[in-house]
Design a protein. Structure first.
Length: 132
C-alpha cells in the first residue's frame, strides 16, 4: 500500500515553495532582460543563485551573481536609470517572499558611463513605455 504524505507534511512542504520573478540587469548596457519565472522549494539564498545558474538564465557563475529584491507589487518595474542607485545589491537575497521580483546581475560587470544624450534617450524610451 502506498503511503501518502500527511496534511501537516504537505503544508510544511508547500510553505517552502515560492514563485519568484527574475530580471537580469546588464549594468554595462543599462538594459534589463525579460522577466523569467522560477519556482523554488527552499528559502536558501544559495539555491536561488544556483537556480539562476542551472537554468542557464544568465551564464554567470554562482559566486558572481548579485541579487536585489525590488519591494513593489508586480510588475515592479524600476527605471533603468534608477536600478544602479536605488536597488541594494547583495550576494544573497534578503527577502525572497512568494511573488517577489528579484533583479540579478553579474557582479564582475562595470557600470556603463552614459552620456547626456544616452540618458535623455533612455528617459524618452521609458516615458513612452510607461504611457503605453
Amino acid at each position: 500500500m502506498k503511503k501518502f504524505a500527511t496534511h501537516d507534511s504537505f503544508t510544511k512542504q508547500r510553505a517552502n515553495v515560492r514563485q519568484l520573478l527574475l530580471r537580469r540587469w546588464h549594468p554595462s548596457e543599462f538594459s534589463v532582460d525579460p522577466t523569467e519565472e522560477v519556482i523554488l522549494d527552499t528559502h536558501s539564498p544559495l539555491d536561488l543563485k544556483k537556480k539562476v545558474n542551472l537554468l542557464e538564465l544568465s551564464g554567470v557563475t554562482v559566486d558572481a551573481i548579485s541579487v536585489a529584491t525590488y519591494l513593489r507589487s508586480f510588475p515592479a518595474e524600476i527605471l533603468r536609470l534608477d536600478i544602479a542607485n536605488e536597488l541594494q545589491w547583495n550576494q544573497a537575497s534578503l527577502y525572497d517572499a512568494d511573488g517577489d521580483v528579484i533583479y540579478y546581475k553579474d557582479n564582475r560587470g562595470e557600470l556603463k558611463e552614459i552620456t547626456t544624450e544616452e540618458r535623455a534617450e533612455i528617459r524618452m524610451t521609458e516615458n513612452k513605455r510607461s504611457v503605453a
